[in-house]
Ligand binder design. Structure first.
Ligand SMILES: [Zn+2]
Length: 255
């Protein structure tokens, strides 16, 4: 059998991987391997949190809503920061003056009442500016120059909010809703209540912010050709280098 047919079969006999961008422009946050840090400023408020013992090994079971909220935000950010094949680092800062403003190029997290009770949180990634006096960053449609996250002040379980925060941060990173996967934390709906990332999510953040030390492996495999259509097709290819990198690490350890 032709080697391409073998490769094709090998790929498609696996579960389908995919991620999608928030826009065909594939915008990403204004970071680089040299300046990998992006800071979110939280206004310090928290919704009433229930079932506090269900998250973070129960360490915050008796903590205040604010203390647990800070821990949930940090945990959600670390979830993306800790993807080994992506260089981006998300940091939490706190300032009572944090507010929603798509023109201030400040990434804010604000707890406030929502128009709809069904909304637990919403992210507002801005990459096409309406600022009458735009900066160079705002004029670049491939850069997400602002992304505020509005969190509902309504009562919510800590576990549910943690998953929601990871999901909304994924939008700020530049990821959209995949329509062909229920495993991704970026999916509309899921069978999984955990706040951990699926392979699709790791592939997405690694595509947008590839760790330079591992990009040789990524480039080697991503130049093979195009599989699948649209923006999501790249996810399939990124999944392969992730597996290769994982295998290489494993093989180093086991030597
Ligand atoms: Zn969403």
């Amino acid at each position: 059998m032709h080697y391409k047919a073998v490769l094709w079969l090998a790929l498609f006999s696996q579960p389908a991987f995919s991620f999608v961008h928030i826009s065909q422009l594939k915008p990403r946050l204004p970071v680089s391997p040299q300046n990998p840090t992006l800071t979110f400023v939280w206004n310090g408020d928290a919704p009433e949190l229930t079932e506090k013992g269900e998250v973070l090994d129960g360490n915050f079971a008796d903590s205040s809503d604010q203390d647990l909220m800070a821990a949930l935000l940090t945990t959600a950010m670390n979830t993306w920061t800790n993807v080994p094949t992506a260089y981006i680092i998300l940091i939490l800062d706190q300032n009572n003056a944090a507010h929603i403003d798509e023109h201030d190029e400040t990434f804010s997290i604000v707890v406030e009442s929502q128009e709809s009770e069904a909304v637990a949180a919403a992210a507002l990634p801005s990459f096409i500016t309406t600022d009458p006096d735009p900066s160079d960053t705002e004029n670049n449609t491939h850069i997400i120059h602002d992304c505020d996250i509005s969190v509902s002040s309504s009562s919510v379980s800590a576990k549910s909010l943690l998953r929601t925060l990871v999901h909304e941060l994924g939008h700020c990173l530049g990821l959209g809703h995949p329509h062909s996967s229920y495993r991704s934390i970026m999916s509309y709906s899921t069978l999984d209540e955990s706040a951990s990332l699926a392979l699709d999510d790791k592939a997405g953040v690694s595509f947008l912010y590839p760790e330079p030390g591992q990009s040789e492996d990524v480039q080697y495999l991503t130049t093979c050709g195009v599989v699948g259509g649209g923006a999501g097709g790249a996810g399939l290819w990124l999944a392969v280098p992730l597996l290769v990198i994982g295998w290489r690490r494993f093989s180093k350890v086991s030597r």
